[in-house]
Write a protein that binds this ligand. Sequence first.
Ligand SMILES: [Cu+2]
Length: 166
Amino acid sequence: MKLDVKLDVKLDVKQGPYRLFVTVRMPQVIPGWPPDGGRMVWLRTKEPLIASRPMSFTFSVENKDGEPAIDLQPYLGMAGHAEFVSKDLSVFAHVHPAGSVPMAALGQAGASNESHAGMSMALASAAMPAKVSFPYGFPRPGEYRIFVQIKRAGEIETGVFDARVQ
Ligand SMILES: [Cu+2]
């Protein structure tokens, strides 16, 4: 699905770089998009989110039947990209998953040694995992929004999640 968003914005601002955030509200599931009408789920425990503590944020990508999606692809060389943004926009963190995408998933043939080559062969037929985890620690309490971007079957999918941090 392609979404055309046109903005007509008049700003009375001083010279300098600005960052414009646009929130587009869409239903959780759009028929035909993502490819099979799946969704992204934040796998979080009931534990509260505490500021100044390193945490891991794991998101699961499901197909329309609620099963792990098998069509994930690397997006800009990563399994996913996440932005952690505070409501007052004073915090903006772009985070990548811990660890790296399997070499085979990145399509990097020609490994430098034999064991690597064997591993790549074994992984070549394996799909990207349907879960992606990001390490992050909120700098201070407050309301945050988490944007998670992954690629499925050639389409970029963005999950949006709200977080209240204590
Ligand atoms: Cu990124």
